[in-house]
Design a protein around this ligand. Structure first.
Ligand SMILES: Nc1ncnc2c1ncn2[C@@H]1O[C@H](COP(=O)(O)OP(=O)(O)OP(=O)(O)O)[C@@H](O)[C@H]1O
Length: 242
């Protein structure tokens, strides 16, 4: 095993992965620099989610290597990967996955509480991010009393409050209307820049990818030079070269 370059917080080499025999990644390599917002852009089924799962230690690739800050993630034990995800990473799903029994602030504070952050500090951080995302007034409500867009903002607040080394955002605004989505993305990217968070953002949308510092394009499980389609099914308009 060769250790990754020092300036890459995450580094992946030649990732291959199949789901029940269907290929999802066919030799993807990439580096993510410390503090950058990297978009992973591609149409539906191009392997974005699988790539983010491999990078974040949720999935161990069939072949290839993933390194985080010079530590090999692909050879870590299951409990070590879980600790890494809990302590250093945050994840935003396309749809809000909140704990229904907890209020909005308790959901947003949960990663901090699981890490052992004192209750008062975790609550303060959660409330601060809920305010920044314009849902401070909803802090005491449970998910079922919130609109879908409000629930997604809670999920974004939960990821930002955790102050992760790397935030993985998988189509984070897919469930939001355009204007809502833009506002949430602006908050996410400006928070990432002001707090020097590293963000890996999966999207099919070129406009969303344009908010990132750099884009890696995927098509059918491989890196390509560019993806021009904004349609999820727009495979015809993608260019393949690498
Ligand atoms: N759990 C699974 N079981 C079987 N096949 C899967 C599974 N997850 C993904 N796949 C397949 O692997 C390929 C890559 O899927 P992946 O979800 O990584 O792509 P994606 O670019 O994130 O797509 P989308 O934008 O639709 O989420 C697709 O062909 C998909 O059908």
């Amino acid at each position: 095993m060769v250790a990754p370059p020092d300036n890459d917080v995450l580094w992946a080499r030649s990732l291959h992965h199949t789901h029940d025999g269907s290929p999802a990644l066919l030799g993807v390599s990439l580096g993510v620099r410390d503090g950058e917002i990297l978009a992973v852009q591609g149409p539906r089924g191009s392997g974005k989610t699988t790539l983010l799962r491999c990078l974040s230690g949720q999935t161990v690739p069939d072949e290839g290597e993933v390194w985080f800050n010079s530590a090999p993630v692909h050879t870590m034990s299951g409990p070590a990967r879980e600790r890494l995800r809990r302590d250093r990473f945050a994840w935003i799903d396309p749809g809000p996955s909140l704990v229904p029994e907890l209020t909005a602030w308790e959901n947003a504070a949960l990663p901090l509480l699981l890490r052992g952050t004192p209750h008062r500090a975790a609550k303060a951080a959660a409330l601060e991010w809920l305010e920044r995302l314009d849902i401070g007034a909803c802090a005491g409500r449970r998910p079922r009393a919130l609109l879908q867009a409000q629930r997604q903002r809670v999920a974004v607040a939960r990821a930002l409050a955790a102050q992760p080394a790397v935030l993985f955002a998988d189509e984070p605004t897919a469930a939001l209307h355009t204007a809502d989505g833009r506002q949430v993305l602006r908050t996410l990217t400006s928070a990432a820049r002001s707090h020097r968070l590293t963000v890996v953002l999966a999207t099919h949308d070129a406009e969303v990818a344009a908010l990132a510092d750099r884009t890696v394009a995927l098509l059918d499980g491989r890196r390509v030079t560019s993806v021009t389609a904004t349609e999820p099914e727009g495979r015809d308009t993608c260019s393949l070269s690498v």
